[in-house]
Design a binder for this molecule. Structure first.
Ligand SMILES: [Zn+2]
Length: 323
């Protein structure tokens, strides 16, 4: 039984690889840009980046890449057999069996794939913000929104392994176009990508005059400008973060209505901005959740591991399914 595992979280913009000990300690990390080459055969460029990451981590720690359990978290519809059926935010990998490609390049039979947000939920449940909590929803805010749903202490997988695609709940009928082909999906309003979209709209509508002046052009204002300025207390940026908080709360209210979830753990790449969004989301929930006062308290907390929880959970999957 291995004392360490490698967990890799492949996001829309970067891939984070960690060596993790059984008690959840992170021993080493490597970060790379996620390739988006649609000309390569599905997943080939991504698999070669991951192979390099695994080799580098193993070299640092004197490990044999073929003998270490490896878990990979990928966004989208992950089938139970490990093939990624559909990945709107990572189209170069859609349809690929990244685990098989990595197994081949490393000569390893210890590679396991799982949905990235499921990985984050498993890590937070084992070591982090949801320890000891049987009913919760992990919400990862990155390029899109990922979800990992725990009911009665177990991860809900659904018929095909596709459960928890909460980012594609429709929160605005005939709303903003989504990379999945639909319209009005939650992740177009409350993710990192969603904040980028809200920012563009607000800048064009003249609601971010200070930031437009600072950048010198309406099109140059980015989501990061808004989060930075909101942290400094600039009113127009604070208002936009509150707007995102309302959209976040709307999705959480829908999940509360369906699942009776009492706890939401908010993580992912945008969790760094959660101090700016979560207080307003908690406030809006009071009005948006059906029978709020009749329910036990609903908590909305930041994940303990932030952008790392996906990769940590991928390592946990590797421990559980590895040798
Ligand atoms: Zn969608």
């Amino acid at each position: 039984m291995s004392n360490v595992a490698i967990g890799v979280d492949v996001g829309g913009t970067k891939a984070l690889a960690l060596i993790v000990a059984r008690d959840g300690r992170v021993l080493s990390e490597v970060k790379s840009a996620t390739p988006h080459d649609l000309n390569e055969s599905a997943g080939a460029a991504t698999a070669s980046v991951l192979t390099e990451q695994v080799r580098e981590l193993c070299a640092r720690h004197g490990l044999d890449p073929s003998a270490v359990p490896i878990g990979i978290g990928l966004p989208g519809l992950m089938r139970r057999d490990g093939r990624l059926a559909f990945a709107p935010n990572l189209q170069s990998v859609s349809g690929a069996d990244v685990g098989a490609l990595l197994s081949e390049s490393l000569g390893s039979s210890l590679v396991h794939c799982e949905n990235d947000a499921n990985c984050a939920a498993l890590a937070e449940h084992e070591w982090g913000a949801a320890r000891g909590i049987d009913d919760f929803v992990m919400v990862t805010l990155g390029t899109g929104i990922g979800g990992g749903v725990f009911v009665d202490g177990r991860l809900v997988r659904g018929r095909s392994g596709f459960a928890g695609e909460i980012g594609h709940m429709v929160v605005q009928a005939r709303g903003a176009a989504c990379s999945c082909g639909g319209y009005g999906c939650w992740e177009r309003y409350a993710s990192g990508g969603g904040l980028g979209r809200l920012t563009r709209e607000a800048a064009e509508a003249g609601r971010l005059p200070t930031l437009v002046e600072r950048r010198g052009d309406v099109d140059a204002v980015r989501a990061e400008d808004v989060t930075t300025a909101a942290a400094e207390g600039l009113d127009e940026a604070v208002v936009l973060m509150k707007e995102m908080g309302w959209w976040l709360a709307l999705g959480l209210a829908n999940l509360a209505a369906i699942l009776d979830a009492g706890h939401f753990v908010i993580g992912g790449g945008l969790s760094i901005a959660s101090d700016l969004v979560l207080p307003s989301a908690r406030g809006y929930l009071v009005d948006l959740v059906e029978g709020y006062d009749a329910r036990p308290t609903i908590t909305v907390t930041s994940s303990m591991f932030g952008p790392r929880s996906g990769a940590m959970g991928a390592a946990l999957v590797a421990f559980e399914r590895g040798p």
